[in-house]
Design a protein around this ligand. Structure first.
Ligand SMILES: *Cc1c(COP(=O)(O)O)cnc(C)c1O
Length: 359
């Protein structure tokens, strides 16, 4: 069985060595030694001034939206994982869906301004598939209208645009370290941000609103990363460049095999971007098989591809079916399939997958 992804993990020996000091400290969570080591390592790797860790990417986003004390409407993309929209709604904010660019599938910056009202407080774009949003245009719009920008960077770990790490764009960026992501801590996530004043707030928001002994200042939940999760992150961070290089080789093979196939639009690199090769989305638009037929054919061969993202967030039971307002997102969602991609996926299997979906 070939799955759409497979988790990257260090050797068992390396992980055991990393966690052995926990048996001496008996310190399991609440910002211990591993937690501090991972935050430090991530600041260096991402070349960013502030990193705060969380239990998972979803709570990282939910908590940073709380910490920024937002109210009103948030312009976001429907072409994302449920988490992005849920994090907005669970903060009592109203999501306003903006259509996406047909090539990058990120928010169409030409459609943002017409959605701004006097209630708009923020923009939450997604670097979907590791495609970097038009960060320059978004920054300009946000400045003009005095809006916060919080990026969902769950797909964009380690990427740079014009040499600048994605962690440094907007007011904050969320990363997911879920088992299926390019960099994982089993479950985990982080927020990066330029304004150091946010650190204390994020730290009490994720710890029941308790900033220190004898004070409770906010109705926060619990979103702290444990030492065992942080230790997995410390190990995986040592290997992240190997993981990304492994993904690159697989991704290049897909591009080589599928570019030029009529009616098929395979993921392409963006200019000025150092990619992490997180996903391999392919749009089936008038080629031999439809998306659903291709998924079916792969399944018959024990290969699991994913309709990622289908349905889109304004076309599901939870947020009502209103996808006509974002026709490009709907169009892509009906035709896209993400193919298996992970560092040690063999090129023979990549060739076989390409053969199955084109013949
Ligand atoms: C994975 C993901 C999340 C949620 O992250 P978790 O760590 O699983 O909570 C949010 N947004 C996007 C786009 C994702 O892919």
């Amino acid at each position: 069985m070939i799955n759409v992804t497979r988790s990257s993990i260090p050797s068992m020996e390396e992980y055991i060595k990393e966690i052995s000091s926990i048996w001496e400290s008996k310190w399991l969570t609440n910002m211990g030694e591993k937690h501090q080591a991972l935050e430090k390592g991530l600041k260096e790797y991402l070349n960013t001034p502030n990193v705060t860790l969380f239990t998972n990417g979803h709570l990282a986003l939910e908590n940073v939206l709380s910490a920024l004390k937002l109210e009103g409407e948030v312009i976001t993309t429907p072409f994302t994982f449920a988490s992005t929209t849920h994090a907005i709604v669970r903060n009592g904010l109203t999501p306003v869906f903006c259509d996406v660019d047909p090539v990058t599938c990120t928010m169409d910056v030409n459609k943002i301004e017409s959605l701004i009202t006097d209630k708009t407080c923020a923009i939450v774009p997604v670097h979907v598939y590791g495609n970097i949003c038009d960060v320059e245009a978004i920054e300009k719009i946000a400045k003009e209208h005095n809006l916060k920008v919080i990026y969902d960077g769950a797909h964009a770990f380690g990427e740079t645009y014009k040499g600048e790490n994605v962690a440094n764009f907007g007011d904050a960026t969320m990363f997911s370290f879920h088992a299926t992501k390019v960099f994982n801590t089993v479950e985990g996530g982080a927020v990066t941000y330029n304004n150091s004043d946010l650190t204390d707030t994020l730290n009490y928001v994720k710890n029941f609103g308790i900033p220190g002994e004898d004070r409770i200042v906010f109705a926060g939940g619990n979103a702290k990363m444990s030492e065992f999760h942080a230790a997995m992150g410390v190990c995986n961070l040592r290997h992240i460049d190997e993981y990304i290089e492994g993904r690159r080789i697989v991704a290049e093979r897909y591009i080589e095999n599928l570019s030029g196939v009529e009616g098929m639009c395979v993921w392409q690199k963006q200019k000025d971007v150092k990619h992490n090769f997180a996903y391999m989305p392919v749009i089936f638009d008038g080629c031999k098989y439809t998306r659903d037929e291709a998924a079916e054919k792969l399944a018959e061969n024990d290969i699991k591809a994913r309709k990622y993202f289908y349905p889109i967030m304004n076309d599901c039971e939870c947020y009502g079916r209103n996808a006509e307002s974002t026709p490009t997102a709907k169009y892509i969602s009906d035709r896209v399939l993400t193919l298996p991609l992970y560092p040690d996926l063999s090129l023979d299997i990549v060739d076989k997958i390409c053969e199955i979906i084109t013949h």
